[in-house]
Design a protein around this ligand. Structure first.
Ligand SMILES: NC(=O)c1ccc[n+]([C@@H]2O[C@H](COP(=O)([O-])OP(=O)(O)OC[C@H]3O[C@@H](n4cnc5c(N)ncnc54)[C@H](OP(=O)(O)O)[C@@H]3O)[C@@H](O)[C@H]2O)c1
Length: 257
């Protein structure tokens, strides 16, 4: 039996990964800040699928939290075969409206935690000659979209580089770049979603199916869904100035402070 560790497992895309992997018979290590929510989820997945689901409470915006997950990933007696670095969030506001503390927290969770956890997992995977890491980025990585887009661009670049360096080792690394997905993300970030057209929304369970298929194919970057593949094709040829105007507005309507 293999084990998958998922960060940000309590909601949205992370919870969809947990459901899917439990359904396929993988044991799980579920990571997030809300212990009670993690416990309920672990019990449900254990009861429904007969798998072992461990709860690991950790705040990935703090060194202590990152270190606790690094320690679990480095435990040679209970190896982790698949790491899904998924925990993430959006800040409420545009550049200079967001406090420096919040900007830095985003870089800690989206970049430092991803670097440290990927490295803690990949070291053991390389020794065993097998394993996988999915780093959840975003299509925002490819367009001008504040610190959020910049942090996700780092995730894509880092993952592609690490995948190249580990090619032939049996360890697969992939950056997953979703478009808009119906989760708790937008509400938590105080973003209004009325301006986002219906056709742009993706379903978290279908996204996970697509992501796991792309990992199995050996892709290092996955952009699920034909709609977003086509959009990203346009992004490559669109003038940067025009792109910045459209992409920095879409889905970035914030509610009252
Ligand atoms: N939804 C979208 O449209 C979309 C699009 C592209 C990419 N993404 C990316 O997908 C990933 C998952 O987002 P989602 O849409 O599923 O959002 P979500 O429904 O809000 O879930 C976010 C998860 O991350 C956890 N989390 C947040 N901050 C954390 C921290 N400091 N330490 C540990 N866990 C933390 C939350 O759990 P706790 O609150 O219990 O800690 C929750 O489980 C993120 O990286 C996001 O950037 C989302």
């Amino acid at each position: 039996m293999t084990t998958a560790l998922i960060t940000g497992a309590t909601a949205g895309i992370g919870a969809a990964f947990a459901r899917r992997l439990a359904g396929e018979g993988h044991n799980l290590v579920l990571v997030a800040r809300d212990t009670e929510r993690l416990r309920v989820q672990a019990t449900e997945l254990h009861d429904r699928h007969g798998i072992e689901a461990e709860v690991l409470t950790a705040d990935l915006s703090e060194d202590k939290g990152i270190a606790a997950v690094e320690a679990r990933l480095g435990d040679r007696h209970q190896s982790v075969d698949l790491l899904v670095n998924n925990a993430g969030f959006g800040n409420k506001g545009r550049y200079l409206e967001v406090s420096m503390a919040d900007e830095l927290t985003m870089l800690k969770v989206h970049c430092e935690a991803v670097l440290r956890l990927t490295s803690a997992a990949a070291a053991g995977m390389k020794e065993r000659g097998r394993g996988g890491v999915i780093n959840v980025a975003s299509v925002a990585a490819f367009v001008p979209r504040g610190t959020y887009g910049a942090s996700k661009a780092w995730v894509v670049q880092f993952t592609q580089g690490a995948a190249k360096d580990l090619s032939g080792s049996g360890v697969r690394l992939m950056a997953l770049c979703p478009g808009f997905v119906r989760t708790e993300f937008h509400k938590r970030a105080g973003m209004g979603t009325d301006s986002i057209p219906g056709w742009m929304w993706l379903d978290a369970d279908k996204l996970v199916t697509s992501a796991l298929a792309d990992l199995a194919r050996g892709r290092t970057v996955s952009v699920p869904d034909a709609r977003y593949k086509a959009l990203m094709g346009l992004v490559k040829v669109a003038p940067r100035g025009l792109l910045g105007g459209v992409t920095s507005r879409t889905g970035r309507k914030y509610g009252p402070q």
